[in-house]
Design a protein around this ligand. Sequence first.
Ligand code: NAP
Length: 239
Amino acid sequence: MRRVLVTGGGSGIGRGIARAFAEAGDAVTITGRRPEPLQETDAGRGMTCTPTDVTDEAAVDALFAEPFDVVVANAGMGRAAPLTEVTLEEWNQTMNVNLTGTFLTFRAALRNMGQGGRLIAIASTQALKGGGRIAAYSASKHGVLGLVRSVAHEVARKQITCNAICPGFVDTPMAEAAVQSVMAGRGLDEAAALKMVVSNNPVGRLITPDEVAAAALFLASPGAAMVNGHALSLSGGEI
Ligand SMILES: NC(=O)c1ccc[n+]([C@@H]2O[C@H](COP(=O)([O-])OP(=O)(O)OC[C@H]3O[C@@H](n4cnc5c(N)ncnc54)[C@H](OP(=O)(O)O)[C@@H]3O)[C@@H](O)[C@H]2O)c1
């Protein structure tokens, strides 16, 4: 049985990924700062719930007392705002959670990961392009992709792979916040704001957490052994 860790497993994409691996028969550990959402994700599936802040170096290191076979660095945050309104505190927090959190998670994972292990970062289409009102988030996700591409070189000879999944807007609380922000900023109703949020995706709808989970299952599968340092765009053709 593989041991799988999913950070930010209490909601949205992390919840979908954690449940998909549990359904596949893996032993899943989920983390996040709040314990209650972790219990809700588990809901009797036998997961291990370990509340952990990904920016806390000692706490992240402690997660890896026993090695994991698959590690999904999913925890993340972001707020839409023009650059002139981004405070230094908000910039630092975005970098700390999205980029440093992924660094701390992968570093600790690699210290005792065995042959054939898998590192997967949930980046974003914003790791592949820029966008308005999202500079801090986009910069942090570009950083994640740089980390992934370099780590892939370091681990290749150990049969470990390191890849990024780059989704467009996924139907989660984070996308809901983006819709609310568009509603407030542009005076649109919810339907019009949602249409605007998904307008970059040629398929014209939100991506589901299950679709992101399917990509993670693939990257963790034996058949993906030669996929390394890759940015898998999950965006309906947006990029
Ligand atoms: N939704 C989208 O449209 C979309 C698109 C592309 C990429 N992504 C990326 O996908 C990932 C998951 O996003 P989501 O949409 O599922 O958002 P979400 O529902 O807001 O989930 C984010 C998760 O991260 C956890 N988290 C936040 N800060 C943390 C910290 N400091 N330490 C540990 N856990 C922390 C949260 O749990 P706690 O609050 O309990 O800590 C929460 O479970 C993020 O990296 C996001 O950037 C999302």
